[in-house]
Structures are given as C-alpha cells and as structure tokens.
Design a protein around this ligand. Structure first.
Ligand code: PAF
Length: 277
C-alpha cells in the first residue's frame, strides 16, 4: 500500500498502474459502512484508491469540523488489511492552497433538504469530489446510499459536467436495531444511542403505511413526525418524501420516492433514508 500526501504523488502513483481504478472518497474514521464501499471497489477494479480527507469546505461555521472524529493510524491499518493500493491523504493546504477560489455549485438540488439545513454543504462536497475525480481519474467511484442526497448531487455533477466515470451507490449498512452506521454515531451517549433507533423505525413506518395503501405524502410525513417526537432527545430537522432525481416534495406518493429525514438526537444530527419502489 502506497500513501500519497500530495496531488503530484497521487498522480504519479496512479499513472504507473493500468486497468480499472476504483475510488472511495472518505473523511476517515472508517467503519463498516466504509468497508462495504471499499470491498465493492476492491471486487470491481484492479486498482483501489481510498482518499482520507476531512474536508473543511463542507462544514458550516457552527459545525463539527474541528471535533470530527479522526484516527488515521487505525484507518491505515484497516486500509492495508483491505488491500488498498493507494491512500490519498492530502493536507488542507494541498487541497485548498492560498488563492483557491473555484467552486462547483450544483444548483437547485443542492439547496433542498440537507442543503437547506446546511447552506454551502454541497458546494464543499461537489468541489472536493470534483477535485478528487480530477486527481485520481477513477473508472468508478463509490458512495453510500445513507447519504442519498450526496450521491444524487454527485451523479448529477458527473452528468452535467461530462465527467468520464461511473458513480456506484452502495446500500446502507445498519446496526442490528436498524441505526445506519455513521462516524457521528460516536457522539451518542448510551441513552441517545437507544433513542437513535427511532430514525430507521420511522422510515419503516413510512414504508409500511405506503405498502398498506396510504398514498398521501402529507399523511405519511405526519405519522412519521409524531412517531419520532414520541421518542425523548429528538428534534426533527426535516421528514421528506421526494422525487429522487429533483428532490421535489411529493403531495401524492409516486414510485420511486425517496423518504429521508434528518433528526437531532441530543446535539448529534443524524440522517437516514429508504427508497419506495
Ligand atoms: O461522505 C463523505 O464522507 C464526504 O462527504 C466525502 C464524499 C468524502 C466528501 O468529503
């Protein structure tokens, strides 16, 4: 396994190796959700590149950039065990040198849901992912369904800007009680961790109501909202039933539909989703 800390080094290592290249962009603190992406990439490509970069541009001024969990020693051990060929581990200065001022703005879909709650978030995500694609030139890049809107924004960026790669969405990995695995779960105390199972349970409730014949999106949102509010420590940011390409809210549920939510459990903001199809 080779470690590249500069863009020049990453390019040099990548150029020497032929065949399909899989890229898994991460912010480190690797967990089973990342492992699902890494193993899929390993299985589908002859060369696997994983980037580890906590991207300051996608965090708001009041968000957790400074305290975001990091453990690079552990990450490198995991990546070596998973037969990673190249780890790209740039510094903030390498990715955003003085004078940097070129941003990727993905328009309307980047301002809905997560984008409405976290202004500028997808500008930061799209910019860093575009840079990673340009540096690594992957054949395929791997993202988790848990961050559904992120994957939608990146797929649209690839289509709109004619980028030459395939974006692969990998299913969400869950704990036994259904909680989607996320680095931010590490912030939860024992009681909050128990309460956090309400996110997936409410998504299952939405799915069940729809399967039983309820097609009013407002009614489903209402029942999901009441269910989440019945759990202590919860503050709802949004509960959405939207068209999966435009992210426009639906009045009547038509498939496929993306049911997604963002809920604070104590101070920790968690997101999750399911697709009705
Ligand atoms: O999903 C993440 O971990 C990040 O948003 C990503 C895609 C690595 C960009 O910084």
């Amino acid at each position: 396994m080779k470690i590249a800390e500069t863009i020049a080094e990453a390019r040099r290592l990548r150029e020497g190796l032929p065949g399909p290249v899989g890229l898994v962009p991460t912010m480190g603190f690797l967990h089973d959700g990342h492992l699902a992406l890494i193993r899929r990439s390993r299985a589908e490509n002859s060369l696997m590149v994983v980037s580890v970069f906590v991207n300051p541009a996608q965090f708001g001024p009041q968000e957790d950039f400074k305290t975001y969990p990091r453990d690079i020693e552990r990450d490198l051990k995991i990546l070596a065990r998973e037969n990673t060929d190249i780890v790209f581990l740039p510094s903030v200065e390498e990715m955003y040198p003085p004078g940097f001022d070129g941003w990727v703005d993905m328009g309307k879909i980047a301002r809905r849901l997560e984008g409405a709650s976290r202004p500028g978030h997808f500008r930061g995500v799209a910019t860093v992912v575009a840079k990673l694609f340009n540096i690594v030139q992957p054949t395929k890049a791997y993202f988790g369904q848990k961050d559904a809107q992120q994957t939608i924004v990146i797929k649209k960026m690839v289509a709109d800007l004619d980028m030459n790669l395939k974006v692969v969405t990998v299913p969400t990995v869950r704990e036994t009680d259904g909680l989607a695995i996320s680095s931010r779960n590490a912030y939860l105390n024992t009681e909050e961790r128990q309460a956090a199972a309400v996110l997936y349970r409410s998504l299952c409730l939405g799915q069940q109501l729809w399967a039983e014949g309820e097609k009013g999106a407002g009614k489903i949102r209402e029942q999901m909202t009441a269910f989440i509010q019945s759990e202590p420590f919860t503050t709802i940011d949004y509960v959405s039933i939207a068209e999966p390409e435009t992210l426009e809210e639906m009045a009547v549920v038509k498939t496929p539909a993306l049911v997604s939510l963002a809920v604070r459990i104590g101070k920790t903001r968690l997101i999750d989703n399911v697709v009705l199809e």
